[in-house]
Design a protein around this ligand. Structure first.
Ligand SMILES: [Zn+2]
Length: 116
């Protein structure tokens, strides 16, 4: 279920956003929003590459708080605004996923970088 929601948010939600807010060229906007999935390539730097119990927020370089601040700055630049929206949506999706994992794995929360 968590897996399904995650991929729904990653793959379908961007298309819905594109359709609702950019009706005129929703296909192009969808592709741009979906291409922000590429920031998941930073997972390749981690060992193991995939760990369902690990929260990517604050862990991987392109999912860090610093990166998020950078994406927010990008929002202010009209020519890259759609990319910025996609990046922030991506971070939000991953955050929802982390909270979901934490809700049934307290240890995951303690080990994550969202725990101070
Ligand atoms: Zn991600």
């Amino acid at each position: 279920m968590q897996f399904l929601t995650h991929y729904f948010l990653h793959l379908v939600f961007p298309v819905i956003i594109a359709y609702l807010f950019f009706k005129k060229d929703w296909k192009k906007v969808s592709i741009i929003l979906l291409s922000t999935m590429l920031i998941d390539l930073d997972h390749l730097l981690a060992t193991p590459i995939f760990d369902p119990m690990r929260c990517s927020i604050g862990y991987h370089p392109l999912h860090s708080f610093f990166a998020l601040a950078f994406y927010v700055v990008l929002l202010l630049i009209p020519s890259v605004r759609i990319i910025a929206i996609g990046l922030i949506l991506h971070i939000l999706t991953d955050t929802i996923d982390c909270l979901w994992t934490f809700s049934h794995c307290h240890e995951c929360y303690l080990k994550s970088h969202l725990h101070f």
